[in-house]
Design a protein around this ligand. Structure first.
Ligand code: IPM
Ligand code: MN
Length: 364
């Protein structure tokens, strides 16, 4: 009996459902190559549904995901997410109600973002090619500035006070660091892990990260070279010398920022994928571009980022052969077919790009 993976599919908003549909096309081909079975189930957690159920467009008056739905999600092996964000719903409502809620409730404490320039993809950095851009960012995903700790007082008065606390725990930092060390060790022969923080100013959180990094590295990963960059310097090096990096590990907010920088370095939102990972539990994979409302329903959006997210999902499920076949198929399509990564300029429609990748997987 072939193993069966149960995958929850959240198309989400805007072009999310369209790109996920192409990913599922590729999944079908990948399952044949990898010799596994799968089941999918769609969950509608869109902004449209939120509004249709009477949610306010300006304040989170009802949950985006009901508790029973969350309980159902927990029975799946992986989650495949399209996009979150609807122009008719105020920013923050869907992001917090869906994406952040799942990250926290499912304890997806790793945000994994490969920064890989595929062949044929134009790099905005002069003179840099696929050999120069191939690193991975491990972002802590459940702490830092994202916990919601802090508060406000005297709102709307000249004395308004607002605080947002960067909260880190030894437990949270340590498990993230260990994941990064493990990944770095097996990634390639470079074995260099760069901690990115701001230890010269954030002397509480920065010191916690820095000490844990060195203690854990020295005790358990002596074969991994330890490197440190301040986050501002990292932004410069990533542009000037992306080939310098192997594996980067960082906190939540800095990670949010430098992963978008990484997305541009690898050719933009059309190709950048990420995973919200609970290494011992339920993980969720997504293209990191937004819902691109202006392209919705036009068959113009680039589905490759969603397909790359599918490859990550397969790798996390232990389907290395299938994941590899999808990766290679993406490289084949970027290297020999697409004119551009940009929506409407690929030389193909969304569905045609999905077909090309699925065919390449099937031919693997
Ligand atoms: C990301 C996104 C989210 C984040 C938003 C949508 C809440 O930017 O996944 O990087 O800030 O983490
Ligand atoms: Mn982000």
């Amino acid at each position: 009996m072939a193993r069966t993976h149960r995958i929850a599919v959240i198309g989400g908003d805007g072009t999310g459902p369209e790109v996920v549909a192409e990913g599922l096309k590729v999944l079908k081909a990948a399952a044949a190559v990898g010799g596994f079975a799968y089941e999918t189930r769609d969950f509608d957690f869109s902004g449209r549904r939120y509004l249709a159920r009477g949610g306010s467009p300006t304040a989170p008056t009802i949950p985006v995901i009901a508790d029973e739905e969350l309980a159902q999600l927990k029975t799946f092996d992986a989650i495949y997410l399209g996009a979150v964000g609807d122009p008719d719903v105020a920013p923050g409502i869907l992001e917090k109600g869906l994406l952040l809620r799942l990250r926290f409730e499912l304890d997806q404490y790793i945000n994994l973002r490969p920064v890989k320039l595929y062949p044929g993809v134009p790099c905005p950095l002069a003179g840099k090619g696929p050999d120069d851009v191939d690193f991975v960012i491990v972002r802590e995903n459940t702490e830092g500035l994202y916990t919601g700790m802090g508060g406000r007082q005297y709102v709307g008065t000249p004395h308004e006070v607002a605080t947002q606390i960067m909260c880190n725990t030894r437990h949270g930092v340590e498990r993230c660091l260990r994941y990064a060390f493990d990944l770095c060790r097996k990634r390639n022969d470079q074995k260099m892990l760069t901690l990115v923080h701001k230890t010269n100013v954030l002397t509480n959180c920065g010191d916690l990260w820095f000490r844990a990094f060195n203690e854990i590295g020295e005790a358990d990963y002596p074969d991994v070279r330890r490197d440190y960059n301040h986050v501002d310097a990292c932004c410069m090096w990533m542009i000037k010398n992306p080939e310098y990096y192997d594996t980067i590990v960082t906190g939540n907010m800095f990670g949010d920022i430098i992963t978008d920088l990484g997305a541009m370095v690898q050719g933009g939102m059309g190709i950048a994928a990420g995973g919200n990972i609970n290494p011992a539990g339920l993980s969720m994979f997504e293209p990191i571009g937004g819902s691109a409302p202006k392209y919705t329903g036009q068959n113009k959006i680039n589905p490759l980022a969603a397909i790359a997210a599918l490859a990550m999902l397969l790798a996390e499920l232990g389907e290395a052969k299938a994941a590899d076949a999808v990766e290679k198929a993406i490289a084949h399509v970027t290297g020999t077919k697409l004119k551009s990564m940009a929506a409407g300029k690929m030389g193909y429609t969304t569905t045609e790009v999905g077909d090309l990748v699925a065919e390449a997987v099937a031919g693997a």
